[in-house]
Design a protein around this ligand. Structure first.
Ligand code: GDP
Ligand code: MG
Length: 356
């Protein structure tokens, strides 16, 4: 089929041509409305508008408009990405450790794990869940500030012997602000002074209405240290994920966030831009430290080969060549600097000179 141009995309998405050109420019592609663009770039642009894309050939894309029935067969269910939050000492780290050690895929060899910021577990029924292994509100907020959709589901850990505390409330607010659904893990139910009902009661004051209270927020009573009901918690996560209808197309070029690869499949040799850094993927390691050649949607990997260290929450995209990588990287450098200037951050001399 014919190569696409901005006019084609605009008419298919029912937006103005100028908007398409502007969006492409923001992505680092400078074209006029009638200049042909490659299918990869077109796909990224279309997805920027929130639409779904199906590649019908090397050169063309089919656009499934927002809200339309999804007949796109290339999209597959992807595993949910989960962040654990809650008050200090309520058991976030213990829960992450317990879940990690329950991974059926790692089996006996599961003892040695790598801290790459996230890990994926396989549940007994074969479904997978990705956990961001840095609990903490700061990381969450920082990533959100960078515009990254960090997570699909927040697991709010509340100790049954302590109830809702200030950082519990803070976590609720963060999740709400990000529009991420909350699932409650009422932890430490093995403690003699545990009072799960009080937790459910406390949560009402923060407008978290659990199922037992007649609402629709899932809450699971667990013990992280005794490994009680971890399977139930995982089931609840998968149920919540099902409601969210998380999909991704593993055949498309990878796109993700530092800490979290979300869409597409990343391969060795791919040229990636991560934030303002870029490079060719030289090696990838999974959460068990094993070298891998490809990472599908929602699979966390450590990537070697970037020109410098990106920041948590930076967006990652695969581009078709080094020239494009350099363009996107330079564009993002410039944008970062603009933001700093707008915020009133002083420029150093070096920056001033590179500005001219
Ligand atoms: P974090 O600050 O939220 O990461 O909390 P930690 O995971 O570090 O746990 C704080 C303390 O609570 C530690 O001493 C844990 O051993 C203990 N703890 C965590 N989960 C449980 C549990 O399910 N039952 C009991 N009895 N203690 C727990
Ligand atoms: Mg901790």
């Amino acid at each position: 089929s014919e190569a696409l141009d901005g006019t084609d995309l605009a008419s298919r998405m029912a937006v103005r041509g100028a908007e398409v050109v502007k969006r492409l420019m923001e992505m680092g592609t400078i074209v006029t409305i009638t200049q042909s663009i490659d299918a990869d770039t077109a796909q990224l642009a279309v997805e920027e508008f929130g639409h779904k894309v199906r590649r019908v050939s090397e050169a063309d894309v089919e656009i499934g408009l927002k809200g339309e029935d999804d007949t796109i067969d290339a999209l597959l269910i992807r595993s949910p990405v989960v962040t654990v939050m809650g008050h200090v000492d309520h058991g976030k780290t213990s829960l992450l450790d317990a879940i990690r050690s329950s991974d059926v895929a790692s089996g006996e060899a599961g003892g040695i794990t790598q801290h790459i910021g996230a890990y994926q577990v396989e549940t007994p029924k074969g479904a997978r869940i990705t956990f961001i292994d840095t609990p903490g509100h700061a990381a969450f907020t920082e990533m959100r500030a960078r515009g990254a959709s960090v997570t699909d589901i927040v697991v709010l850990v509340v100790a049954a012997d302590d109830g809702v505390m200030p950082q519990t409330a803070e976590a609720i607010n963060h999740a709400r602000a990000a529009g991420v659904p909350i699932l409650v893990a009422i932890n430490k139910i093995d403690r003699p002074d545990a009072d799960p009902n009080r937790v459910r009661q406390d949560l009402l004051q923060h407008e978290i209405v659990t199922e037992a209270m007649g609402g629709d927020v899932l809450a699971v009573e667990i013990s992280a240290t005794q490994k009680l009901n971890l399977d139930k918690l995982e089931e609840a996560i998968l149920l919540q994920a099902e409601l969210l209808e998380l999909t991704a197309n593993p055949d498309r070029a990878a796109e993700g966030v530092v800490i979290e690869a979300k869409r597409g499949t990343l391969r060795i040799g791919d040229i990636v831009v991560a934030g303002a850094q870029w490079g060719r993927v030289r090696a990838m390691y999974d959460d068990h430290g094993a070298a891998t050649k490809a990472a599908g949607p929602a699979v966390p990997v450590e990537v070697l080969g970037l020109s410098g260290a990106p920041q948590a929450g930076d967006e990652v995209v695969v581009v078709e060549n080094e020239r494009r990588a350099r363009e996107v990287s330079e564009f993002r450098h410039a944008r970062t600097r603009e933001k700093e200037v707008a915020r009133g951050a002083p420029l150093n001399l070096e920056q001033l000179f590179s500005e001219i």
